[in-house]
Design a protein around this ligand. Structure first.
Ligand SMILES: *Cc1c(COP(=O)(O)O)cnc(C)c1O
Length: 876
């Protein structure tokens, strides 16, 4: 019954815990519980019913325990002992030296990580998909490895929407408002003797004399603090209060103000936090996707308003040195773009009063070939404000270098200074407890966890197969429960829903597909030929079954239409026992889904999937991947860990592509995947046991060997520990070193670099390769012959030390393009007067066939991270 008495105000009363069990508060608020099973088990052990009622949320759980029950627990010596042991274990985890502590003093003392979303646990629904989950896994792995990271983000009042379906299968969105007091968060307050000081407040000026105020909440992700800015505070007008209302809610100004708060407010929040805690200032700032890019403007503002102010150029050089930018999408619609006039409007309100607004506008301006000069592009700004940048898989690195190559005109795409670090997933979060139990060494909580990824080989085929079935069974049960509840939301009565109790079969090959639903991920590719899909689902001896989930962006009707088409297919009584769409994909669902699937399907339009991480989570649990060669799979598929869906040529039309790739998918399922699962490929022709005969099923030896191979080989490669170590080694450490060098002696090097850069930029239009000749090539050149190259260059006001003159050589194609290029620096040989110089050097002709070379000039300075950095080059 729905109560007619509605609260007009809600307050959350924090539970006061009796002294003897007080550490429970810390165990509940530190989010380590989300990946530390013993902590969750402790809560469950205290009261299993309330634990279930709380949906496994420790903070809610504590609020549900009555006072009497708390008193009883506090008097129980077993309880007290266990609570204190768990707290001691947490303390040890928080304080013990870990991997990072072995790196010595050179490693950065603090790294700030800015992201628009963080997916840590379903209890804190501040994520929409892969970007957020990745950020959450980044923080968790940083904690496990002892990397001194601080996360910075926004606290959205409703987070991302909850998805349900209408009767006719149209996505419905609801935005239940979260109560921060009921979340595992603490409000940052000004220091006061009783710890109850006024909330710490961040302020940004807005146009028309308005102000945007924000409070700062702190979440603890193991050792890593996460600061979340919240604009729903008393001093704001209604519009300002709703800036942090939803994740990716509005567009235009609303979105822009979120990003201003995240970037500029985020740096202010960090500084305030540092003052409160006395911790070190970040030596590296990591901009996780363009949305957070304004952090660089705030840092420039800090340096331009200091007691000894830097100029724009100096502050830019210093800021860039210690900034890392990660781009996450090759899909243009995924990149934030604003009108330049909008940005101007906001900055003229005084957001960065000491920074010339025109300079800020230039940071994001698409002032390159095919760009729109009236557009302010957040990814472009991200790249211009960071000396180091990366994509999130090897292929995505290649794609990003091409995509942003207009920023480095004259350079080969391979020289565009964007590297890649392949994403990873946080193993303790995503591995099923039943798998974790197989290797306490690997999955245990100890700091000395052994890298024992071969554990699967120590399990018998039979046991592993039985375990896989058990996990599949858990998924089947979860699907039945979720499907019934989804149908009730769609308006069905219990009497109509008996069929949901027998949906799916724990002995049938189970394929999972779950992710956001942008067009390029092609949710409905499997429906391309509905009759063929039906035949696969209903096959007599080797059927498949499909579990599908995903949210469409609320403004994306094409995505909602795909969901509708899919759900209508699944509604068909003929197939509905073999295919299910589950509404409201989230972390909790994902944790049952990955372990329960035998095959994880991914069929994006190559190369639009930057990395994709769900297949990695599946692999950790022994699920095999069946995927287009895109993102991470492009670099990690090895022929024994799953299947590659072939991609049509790029010149095929989208329709043709879908036809070809869907046909390839059906073909693989029919002839490779299903027969192997049912053990039909064993050479002596063992028959399939068929579905629904538990115990009668033979162990499919080859399949099981693929599982073992997947777990042992992909495990370490997809782990977020590997990713974090890569970030530290490839990006954080070099950025910290560059930052220290730039800042030392009152920014001496940043100042030199800025002055030098201005001089180079001014002189560059006059630089020329006037003439090139070569000596030593006979009529009939042979491999091994030497070739002396002389380049006559005009440097005018620049000196030979300012530049690098290079010869680039390789195989010459018919159109004179060079491939397999090698470069060698030429030496300044003679000053020819009037700003002209001879550079020369000798190269060895190292290949037969058509050989070509060219000469080029680039600016050279020790403080540049790459020769392409300034985007300046003169080709002969
Ligand atoms: C892993 C995950 C994603 C991201 O999946 P992709 O394969 O990278 O698209 C999205 N949502 C949830 C709940 C996840 O666990």
């Amino acid at each position: 019954m729905v109560s007619q008495v509605k609260a007009i105000r809600r307050i959350t009363v924090r539970t006061v815990l009796p002294e003897s069990i007080r550490p429970l508060a810390r165990l509940a608020t530190n989010l380590r519980w989300s990946w530390h099973r013993p902590t969750r088990e402790l809560f469950e052990w205290l009261n299993a019913d309330l634990w279930a009622e709380s949906d496994s949320d420790p903070v809610t759980f504590l609020s549900l325990v009555s006072r009497e029950e708390l008193q009883r627990l506090a008097a129980d010596q077993d309880v007290v002992k266990r609570v204190h042991a768990a707290a001691a274990d947490l303390d040890q985890y928080l304080e013990q030296p870990r991997w990072y502590q072995s790196l010595g003093d050179g490693a950065p003392s603090c790294i700030a990580y800015f992201s628009p979303e963080f997916g840590i646990t379903e209890v804190l629904p501040q994520y929409s998909g892969g970007l957020g989950i990745l950020a959450g896994d980044h923080l968790k792995a940083a904690s496990d490895l002892g990397v001194p990271l601080i996360g910075v983000g926004l606290l959205y009042q409703a987070g991302y929407f909850k998805q349900s379906l209408s009767r006719d299968a149209w996505q419905q969105e609801t935005y239940p408002v979260l109560d921060p007091d009921g979340l595992p968060l603490t409000l940052l307050r000004e220091p006061s003797p009783d710890g109850n000081g006024t909330p710490l407040q961040i302020a940004l000026p807005l146009p028309d004399g308005r102000r945007l105020l924000a409070h700062v909440w702190r979440a603890d992700v193991g050792r890593v603090p996460l600061l979340l800015l919240d604009s729903d505070v008393p001093g704001n007008d209604d519009a300002a209060r709703s800036i942090t209302d939803r994740l990716y809610g509005g567009g235009g100004d609303h979105r822009l103000q979120q990003e201003l708060l995240l970037g500029m407010g985020g740096v202010k929040a960090l500084r305030a936090f540092q003052k409160l805690t006395g911790g070190p200032a970040p030596e590296v700032f990591h901009t996780n996707e363009g949305h957070a890019g304004f952090l660089g403007v705030e840092r420039i503002q800090e340096m331009m308003s200091a007691a000894n102010p830097l100029t724009w150029e100096e502050a830019l050089a210093a800021g860039r040195a210690s900034t890392v930018f990660t781009t996450h999408t090759p899909v243009p619609a995924g990149i934030d773009r604003f009108e330049t006039s909008q940005i101007q409007h906001f900055f003229e309100a005084g957001l960065a009063p000491d920074v010339p607004v025109a300079k800020i506008l230039d940071l994001g301006r698409e002032d390159f070939v095919d760009g729109n000069p009236f557009v302010f592009n957040m990814a472009v700004m991200g790249l211009r404000l960071a000396q180091r940048a990366n994509g999130v898989a090897k292929l995505h690195g290649v794609v990003s270098r091409g995509m942003f190559s207009a920023l480095w005109p004259g350079f080969d795409h391979s020289e565009v200074p964007i590297t890649s670090v392949t994403n990873g997933v946080h193993v303790p979060t995503w591995v099923d407890p039943r798998i974790a139990q197989l290797s306490p060494d690997l999955f245990g909580a100890g700091a000395e966890a052994k890298e024992d990824w071969d554990f699967a080989y120590r399990i018998s085929d039979e046991d592993l197969w039985a375990l896989r079935r058990e996990m599949r069974m858990s998924l089947v049960e979860d699907v039945r429960r979720r499907l019934r509840s989804a149908w009730k939301k769609r308006g069905a009565a219990d009497a109509e829903l008996a069929w949901t109790d027998s949906v799916l079969d724990p002995d049938v090959l189970t394929i999972g597909f779950a992710r956001r639903v942008p067009t390029y991920k092609r949710l409905t590719l499997m429906l391309r030929d509905p009759a063929r899909l039906k035949a696969l689902l209903l096959h007599k001896t080797h059927p498949i079954q499909l579990v599908i989930a995903g949210k469409s962006h609320p403004a994306d009707d094409a995505g909602k239409k795909m969901i509708q088409d899919l759900v209508r297919f699944t509604d068909d009584p003929e197939v509905r026992h073999r295919i299910a769409f589950l509404p409201n994909y989230d972390i909790a669902m994902a944790r049952t889904l990955f372990p329960g699937t035998d095959v994880w399907l991914n069929n994006p339009l190559r190369p639009l999937e930057a990395c994709g991480t769900s297949g990695m989570k599946a692999a950790l649990n022994g699920s095999l991947n069946l995927s287009v060669m895109d993102g991470w799979w492009d670099e990690m598929y090895d022929g024994e860990n799953g299947w590659a869906i072939p991609t049509a040529n790029n010149d095929a039309s989208p329709e043709e592509r879908d036809d070809i790739e869907a046909a390839a998918l059906y073909e693989l399922l029919e002839t490779q995947v299903a027969p192997k699962f049912y053990g039909l490929t064993v050479s002596h022709g063992a028959g399939a046991a068929g579905p629904s005969q538990p115990g009668a099923q033979k162990v499919p030896t080859h399949w099981v060997s693929m599982i073992k191979h997947t777990m042992s080989h992909l495990g370490p490669a997809v782990s977020a520990d590997r990713m974090l170590k890569d970030y530290v080694n490839v990006l954080y450490r070099p950025a910290a070193i560059a930052g220290r060098q730039a800042n030392a002696d009152n920014y001496a090097q940043a100042k030199t670099l800025a002055a030098w850069t201005s001089r180079i930029r001014a002189a560059w239009p006059q630089i020329q390769v006037e003439n090139v000749d070569s000596v030593g090539v006979s009529e009939d050149p042979q491999i091994g012959d030497l070739l002396q190259v002389n380049a006559y260059v005009a440097l005018n006001d620049l000196t030979p030390e300012d530049v690098c003159v290079e010869v680039a050589y390789g195989r010459a194609e018919d159109n004179d393009e060079l491939v397999d290029v090698t470069v060698a620096e030429l030496k300044a040989a003679e000053d020819l007067g009037k700003g002209r110089h001879l550079f020369s050097g000798t190269l060895v002709i190292d290949r037969s066939g058509s050989f070509g070379y060219t000469v080029r000039i680039l600016p050279k300075h020790t403080a540049l991270a790459s020769m392409a950095e300034l985007g300046l080059i003169v080709n002969a």
